[in-house]
Design a protein around this ligand. Structure first.
Ligand SMILES: NC(=O)c1ccc[n+]([C@@H]2O[C@H](COP(=O)([O-])OP(=O)(O)OC[C@H]3O[C@@H](n4cnc5c(N)ncnc54)[C@H](OP(=O)(O)O)[C@@H]3O)[C@@H](O)[C@H]2O)c1
Length: 339
């Protein structure tokens, strides 16, 4: 019989109540993989999209899922073992990763567990200056912000548009970040500041102090003012809320400006964008150990800070998902795994 571990699994789609903490087979590293003993798991929206069965997607786009499923992509932990052909990592190394994304969208990433096997090419050394909780909180949000704003870093086909996504210059530009308090948003604010932009952060009022502390030059409380009406002549809008409402930001941008809808599904402002001379571009985040290591240096030297909204033990993943459903997340939700 295979070795066992604890994991959070689900045997059907549904709400947070479908998440069950139970025994599961312990993975073994296949060729090219490392086995990581997980110390913390970072939560991301794809976790709840998969939990619910991707019900927001048209049926033909929904990945085929086989139960039981282990959710999650983002981990930090300690290398337990490596496949024979892996030379870059060895047992005892502290690492973090976004595991198999987007390849694992149907449940192949399997992060809500005591052990995860990860392709070595997706693994980065954990920044020494931060703990496992913060290192687990970073990967998907940081790689998303990095690939949108700094460097796409790959030439895989873009599933969201016919042409590759391209970051735009940030130095001296005015950048509005909508959804600025969330996982992607709070890192996008900091990356844009690091690259010399003037940053307008849009979030609900409770997040103002945090966002100003992270460097935002101005703050718009969307509950009091419609950001698309308050801001004008912006060079770049990073819409980390996205969806059908993203088009309202077209009038906020100057001619020649750019809109990055981080969640572009439902966007229908293509014609208006062309009339206004605005470029709209999106991409789907992809796992990369090399990029995570590069961006992680900014976590190490304090240029970037990952904010943690709340932490829960792995066994209480259901409560963590209930927290996510309540909304207004400030930074990241993290699961901790006993060492
Ligand atoms: N393209 C990709 O590959 C990619 C990668 C990662 C994420 N995403 C998508 O990007 C989106 C953001 O992801 P995330 O991880 O940052 O999510 P998140 O951590 O859940 O953040 C959402 C944030 O949006 C804020 N918000 C909600 N409604 C708002 C509104 N009307 N105006 C301004 N802010 C609002 C929330 O706080 P307040 O309401 O309190 O301000 C919260 O802080 C998700 O839709 C996700 O699926 C796409």
């Amino acid at each position: 019989m295979s070795e066992r571990m604890k994991a959070v699994r689900q045997h059907a789609f549904g709400g947070p109540e479908v998440l069950v903490y139970e025994d599961a087979p312990k993975p073994r590293p296949a060729a090219g993989e490392v086995l990581v003993r997980v110390r913390a798991v970072g939560l991301n929206p794809p976790d709840w999209y998969l939990r619910e069965g991707y019900k927001a997607l048209p049926p033909e786009w929904r990945p085929q899922v086989t139960f039981p499923v282990i959710l999650g992509t983002d981990i930090s932990g300690v290398v337990e073992a490596v496949a024979e052909d892996v030379g870059d990592f060895r047992a005892g190394d502290e690492v973090h990763a976004m595991v198999r994304f987007p390849g694992g969208l149907a449940g192949g990433s399997r992060a809500y567990a005591e052990y995860v096997s990860v392709p070595a090419s997706e693994v980065a050394r954990k920044p020494v200056g931060i703990d496992h909780a913060h290192a687990a909180a970073a990967p998907m949000s940081l790689l998303t912000a990095w690939q949108f704003l700094i460097d796409l870093g790959h030439d895989a086909q873009n599933p969201l548009q016919p042409h590759p996504h391209r970051p735009v210059p940030l130095a001296g530009r005015t950048v509005l970040v909508n959804g600025a308090a969330g996982g992607v948003g709070h890192l996008a604010v900091q990356l844009a500041k690091w690259r010399g932009a003037r940053v307008l952060a849009v979030a609900s009022g409770r997040h103002e102090a945090m966002l100003r502390a992270l460097g935002a030059d101005a703050f718009i409380d969307y509950a009091r003012d419609a950001p698309e009406d308050v801001a004008r002549e912006v060079d770049l809008v990073v819409d980390a809320v996205g969806g059908a409402a993203s088009g309202r930001f077209l009038r906020t941008l100057k001619r020649g400006g750019t809109l990055f809808p981080i969640f572009p599904l439902g966007f229908s402002g293509g014609e208006e964008a062309a009339t206004r001379g605005v470029t709209v571009s999106a991409t789907q985040v992809r796992s990369s150990g090399a990029q995570l290591e590069q961006a992680g240096r900014l976590l190490d030297d304090g240029t970037l800070r990952v904010v943690i909204d709340s932490t829960y033990p792995l066994a209480h993943a259901r409560r963590a998902h209930e927290r996510a459903e309540a909304g207004h997340i400030q930074g990241k939700i993290v699961l901790t795994v006993d060492g």
